[in-house]
Design a protein around this ligand. Structure first.
Ligand code: PLP
Length: 395
C-alpha cells in the first residue's frame, strides 16, 4: 500500500513553509478538493494567484492550444505571445515602456533591484514588514529581519523605513537613493493599507530626488484590489512595477514593467532567463487579461470585496474588530489573537483561509468568487472563530 501524502511529502521535499496539513488534488472554479474528496471554498487562491479560479476553460484552452502549437522557444527568438502580452500590459499601465518577463514575483523584484543598481546610485529604500521574495536581492529588500538573518550578509545598500510613515520616508530619500520600493498594500504582513496620501507622497519625493519609484504589485496587481493595478487608486504612476501571481492565472510568470529612463537601463546580456515569459505562460496570461476585460471582473471584485467587508463587520462578533484591504485582498482584523488552529477550523467548515498573523485572517480568493460564495463564508465565520477559540482555550 502506498504511504499517505503527508509521509511521502515529509521525506521527499526540502522544508520551506510549515508542514502542509492536506493534499489538494482537484480544483474547479472557486472550489478545491482534498485527497479524501472533501470540498473547500478557496479563499486563499494559491496565495492571490488563481485569478480565474481553478480549471478555467479559457486558460485550459489557451494553454492546450499553445502547447500543441509551440511550447518553448527561449528568449533567443521572438515569441509572439510574449510580445502581445507586453503590449497588453503596457496598455493597461497606460504608459510607453518596456517589460522584462521572468517566472515569479521574486524574480521580477530581483530585476527591479538590478535596475536600481544600474542607475549608479548606491541606496535602495524599502519598508519594514514588506515582502519582496527570497532570492538574495529580493530578500535584501524584504523588511522581515528573521527571514534575512540566516542568509547574512545581504547585498549592501538597503535602508528600511516604517511602512506608511511619510516623515520617515522623507528623511530616508536623498540624491543617493536609486529607488524606493513599496507594496501598495502589505500583503504577506497581514493586508496593511498605508495612509491615503502615502503612495502619492512617495511618488513626489522620488521624482524630486531623481530616484525610481518601484511598486511591487505582485500581490495587488491584475484586478485584485478593485482597480487593475492598485496604484491606479492612488492616482500615481510608478517608474517600475512588478507583477506575478494573478497574471499567469496559475502558471508561473513574472513581469518587471518600466517606463521612462528606467525602461532603457538594461543593455543586451545584462539580465535574462530561459523560461521567462515562455509562450505557454504568456498564453495563460493573455487568457486571464481577456477574461478580466470580457467579464468586467475588476468591478466585480470591488463589489464582492465590499460585500464581504460589510458582511463581516455587521456580524458584530466580539472577536472581529474590522476588515481592511481593498477588493478581494482583505484582512479580517481580530480583537485578539486566535488559536493557530483557525486555519484548520476554517477547513473543518469547508473554507481555505490563511492567517498571516495571529490576529489577521487574509482573504485572497479567485476574482470570480460570487456574491453567494462570499456570503457562505461570512455566514460561517462566527462558527469558525468560536471553534478556534474553544480549541485555544482547551489547549
Ligand atoms: N512580492 C510580494 C508583494 C509578494 O506577496 C510575493 C509573494 O508572496 C512576492 C513578491 C514573491 O513572489 P513569488 O512567490 O512569486 O516569488
Amino acid at each position: 500500500m502506498t504511504a499517505p501524502w503527508q509521509e511521502r511529502w515529509s521525506s521527499a521535499l526540502m522544508k520551506n513553509y510549515g508542514t502542509p496539513p492536506i493534499a489538494l488534488t482537484k480544483g474547479e472554479g472557486a472550489y478545491v478538493w482534498d485527497a479524501d474528496g472533501n470540498r473547500y471554498l478557496d479563499l486563499l487562491g494559491g496565495i492571490a494567484v488563481n485569478a480565474l479560479g481553478h480549471a478555467h476553460p479559457a486558460i485550459v484552452a489557451a494553454v492546450t492550444e499553445q502547447l500543441q502549437t509551440l511550447g518553448h522557444v527561449s528568449n533567443l527568438y521572438i515569441n509572439p505571445r510574449v510580445v502581445e502580452l507586453a503590449e497588453r500590459l503596457l496598455d493597461k499601465f497606460g504608459q510607453p515602456g518596456r517589460v522584462f518577463f521572468c517566472n515569479s514575483g521574486t524574480e521580477a523584484n530581483e530585476a527591479a533591484f538590478k535596475l536600481a543598481r544600474l542607475t549608479g546610485r548606491p541606496q535602495i529604500v524599502a519598508a519594514d514588514k514588506a515582502f519582496h521574495g527570497r532570492t538574495m536581492g529580493a530578500l535584501a529588500m524584504t523588511g522581515q529581519p528573521a527571514k534575512r538573518a540566516p542568509f547574512e550578509p545581504m547585498p549592501a545598500g538597503v535602508d528600511f523605513v516604517p511602512y506608511g510613515d511619510v516623515d520617515a520616508l522623507t528623511a530616508a530619500v536623498s540624491s543617493e537613493t536609486a529607488a524606493v520600493i513599496l507594496e501598495p498594500i502589505l500583503g504577506e504582513s497581514g493586508v496593511v493599507v498605508p495612509p491615503a496620501d502615502y503612495l502619492a507622497h512617495a511618488r513626489r519625493l522620488t521624482a524630486e530626488h531623481g530616484a525610481l519609484l518601484v511598486l511591487d504589485e505582485v500581490q495587488t496587481g491584475i484586478g485584485r484590489t478593485g482597480t487593475f493595478f492598485a496604484h491606479q487608486a492612488a492616482g500615481i504612476v510608478p517608474d517600475v512595477m512588478t507583477l506575478a501571481k494573478g497574471l499567469g492565472g496559475g502558471l508561473p510568470i513574472g513581469a518587471t514593467i518600466a517606463t521612462g529612463p528606467a525602461a532603457e537601463l538594461f543593455t543586451p546580456g545584462q539580465h535574462g532567463t530561459t523560461f521567462g515569459g515562455n509562450p505557454v505562460s504568456a498564453a495563460a496570461a493573455l487568457a486571464v487579461l481577456d477574461e478580466i476585460d470580457n467579464s468586467n471582473l475588476v468591478d466585480h471584485v470591488a463589489a464582492v470585496g465590499k460585500s464581504i467587508a460589510t458582511g463581516v463587520e455587521a456580524l458584530d462578533h466580539p472577536l472581529i474588530s474590522h476588515v481592511r484591504g481593498s477588493g478581494l485582498l482583505l484582512g479580517v482584523v481580530l480583537t485578539a489573537p486566535v488559536s493557530a488552529k483557525v486555519e484548520s477550523t476554517a477547513r473543518d467548515n469547508g473554507f481555505l483561509i490563511n492567517a498571516p498573523a495571529p490576529d489577521v485572517l487574509r482573504l485572497a480568493p479567485p476574482l470570480i468568487l460570487t456574491e453567494d460564495q462570499a456570503g457562505d463564508f461570512v455566514a460561517a465565520l462566527p462558527q469558525i472563530l468560536d471553534a478556534a477559540t474553544d480549541e485555544s482555550s482547551a489547549q
